[in-house]
Design a protein around this ligand. Structure first.
Ligand SMILES: Nc1nc2c(ncn2[C@@H]2O[C@H](COP(=O)(O)OP(=O)(O)OP(=O)(O)O)[C@@H](O)[C@H]2O)c(=O)[nH]1
Ligand SMILES: [Mg+2]
Length: 589
């Protein structure tokens, strides 16, 4: 492959600003699909969980042809919890497309990803996306992006960034706002013009660093990365420089290129190409494939430290072992270790006290997605309330703070501000525009645990909130995330409608009738701040007055549906979430 015709581009942005949709259009318009081929929307969001939630969770590689160029695309997740992926995949890129929503303007994660791109000295093309929105304000957005570059101390030559306007959804891009809406070519043209071809040499000693791990049911683990220098050849011996500094011989059994969203085998890959390689089961992010006669490991990728930790422990509830396939501590350990090989932003350590593991990550979503993945694979275990990771510096306790950005209708401002005050948030900025208000807070990460669902309820689902790690600061004092106690079952039983009906006076219930529960299981929230032991199976007294079937006739308020994230955010320190492939339960320790 002619190296001067390769472009390696990462697409970065805040969550939902349209990265994956943009990739769809670039692929479609490159003519790589047959005319009648059914192509899924947000094609690159191929994991089940990504489709269900409508967000990108793992970054992915793909490519398309434009004129006589081969453009490798790296689609990245925009959610702050997955920022670790952006940090490492930027190593594969020679430039970035920074997407910014034309209505929202730059958001916290825009700042984060741009900072990472600038740290890697990558040229950036700014794409103002969603210009079809009626409330789009393109010039304002460009100004805001410029301010962001300045705030991040971008070098002079990058301040003059190229701008292109787009509607990824409608499939067109424009050099100028008054241009004609035809297709996405302006973006591809910009890529070819402003992003350099990869600079390595095909004749130099081999260097290819693994940035992402993929899994194939036939070939096992695959390492994905850019061949920075040299040539990869299946028949040649290579060495692997491991993360701990050791250099061991390795054999590559297969090499793949990315074509569109597929992998295609090849026998050889030269400097500048992005490929996936198979052959090494123990491969991890950060290792370098290199020349055995002249090994040159690339420096390890620096990753921001985790801010949140939870305990994963084997299930010891009365219902333990009934629903899961993998239930022992050994199973947990093996699975968690495997995850850390692929996700370097995750840390796993055995617990000092008792059986189980401390799992640390970047946020609630980072950890809850892992739990959900494991549960779907057949694992059964329990998790504790997430704890933020504190630091001791010079005898002072420091805790992580986030920058929180909130956009709400004016009328919800009061309620939101009051609650954020309780959670030790400090208002740092407030901008009002057309009945909406944007509030910017600095707030302890602790305060944000579980805040999202509270916020959604308080703003009737109309508010937008985003946060990004800001810094470690002095401990802000005690925060009460939950003020209510819970209703706890006093025995192993099956819930009865009549009993639940009576319990409704005591609080809000989490489950309906006919469900098997155990002693110590949490069945609802008490309306007071203390816990209450209750009997959810107590039937109506059998008297002569009893009309037959009366139990079925009571009308219950529908129970509160809690997602896994809600449960994790809800529990207190003396409580656990029990996770199995079939059920999620809350219980007292
Ligand atoms: N109006 C409009 N909507 C768009 C445009 N591009 C994307 N969207 C919509 O924005 C939403 C998010 O799009 P995605 O492509 O999933 O965004 P993303 O940046 O990949 O999101 P994450 O990967 O989760 O960070 C979807 O509902 C898209 O249909 C656009 O140009 N105009
Ligand atoms: Mg996406």
């Amino acid at each position: 492959m002619d190296q001067s015709r390769i472009r390696n581009v990462a697409i970065i942005a805040h969550v939902d600003h349209g990265k994956t949709t943009l990739v769809d259009q670039l692929f479609k318009q490159s003519g790589m699909f047959r005319d009648n081929q059914a192509v899924a929307e947000r094609l690159m969001d191929s994991m089940d969980l990504e489709r269900e939630r409508g967000i990108t969770i793992s970054s992915k590689n793909g490519s398309y042809h434009y004129k006589d160029h081969w453009i490798n695309i790296i689609d990245t997740p925009g959610h702050a919890d997955f920022g670790g992926q952006v940090e490492r995949v930027l190593r594969m890129a020679d430039g970035c497309l920074l997407l910014v929503d034309a209505q929202e303007g730059p958001m916290p994660q825009t700042y984060f990803v741009l900072k990472k791109a600038l740290a890697n000295r990558l040229p950036v093309i700014v794409v103002i996306n969603k210009i079809d929105k009626p409330a789009a304000r393109c010039d304002w957005t460009v100004d805001q992006v410029f301010d962001l570059f300045v705030k991040l101390d971008a070098p002079e030559n990058l301040l003059d960034f190229p701008v292109v306007y787009a509607s990824a959804k409608a499939g067109y891009a424009l050099f100028d706002l008054d241009g004609k809406e035809t297709n996405m070519d302006p973006i591809s043209e910009m890529i070819i013009r402003h992003i350099p071809a990869p600079s390595g040499s095909a004749d130099a000693p081999l260097q290819m660093q693994v940035s992402t791990i993929d899994y194939s049911p036939y070939l096992g683990r695959l390492g994905i990365g850019k061949v920075v220098n040299g040539t990869l050849n299946i028949n040649k011996n290579v060495a692997v420089a491991l993360r701990d500094g050791r250099i061991v011989p390795a054999r590559i059994t297969k090499i793949f290129r990315f074509e569109c969203d597929q992998k295609v085998t090849t026998n050889i890959a030269v400097a500048g190409e992005i490929v996936a390689v198979a052959g090494m089961e123990e491969i991890t992010v950060g290792v370098t494939f290199t020349d055995p006669d002249n090994p040159r490991p690339l420096p390890l990728i620096e990753i921001d430290p985790p801010t949140l930790a939870m305990h994963f422990v084997p299930n010891d509830s009365p219902f333990a072992g009934q629903e899961g396939k993998f239930v022992t501590s050994r199973h947990l350990e093996e699975r968690l270790r495997r995850e850390t090989l692929a996700d370097v932003a995750l840390q796993v350590e055995p617990l000092q006290k008792g059986i189980g593991f401390q799992v640390s990550g970047r946020g609630e979503l980072h950890l809850s997605i892992l739990i959900e993945k494991m549960r779907r694979e057949g694992y059964e275990f329990q998790v504790t309330r997430p704890q933020v990771i504190m630091k001791e510096i010079n005898g002072k306790t420091l805790e992580p703070f986030e920058e929180l950005t909130i956009d709400v209708d004016d009328r919800y401002k009061g309620a939101v501000m009051e609650r954020l005050g309780d959670l030790k948030g400090q208002l740092t900025d407030m901008v009002q525009r057309a009945g909406m208000v944007r509030l910017i807070y600095k707030i302890p990460t602790r305060g944000l645990l579980g805040f999202r669902s509270e916020f959604m309820t308080a703003t009737k689902g109309m508010g937008i909130m985003n946060y990004v790690f800001a810094e470690y600061g002095p401990f802000a004092g005690e925060i009460k995330n939950r003020t209510n106690g819970v209703l706890i079952s006093m025995e192993n039983c099956t819930t009865v409608a009549y009993a639940l009906f009576n319990l409704q006076n005591r609080g809000r219930l989490f489950l309906g009738p006919g469900i098997k529960i155990y002693k110590g299981q949490i069945v609802g929230e008490h309306s007071r701040n203390s816990d209450l032991t209750v009997n959810p199976a107590k039937g109506k007294k059998l008297t002569n007055m009893r009309a037959s079937g009366s139990d079925e006739n009571v009308i219950l308020t529908p129970p509160i549906q809690m997602s896994l994230e809600d449960c994790i955010a809800y529990i207190n320190d003396d409580e656990l979430v029990e996770v199995t492939p079939k059920t999620i339960r809350l219980r007292k320790k």
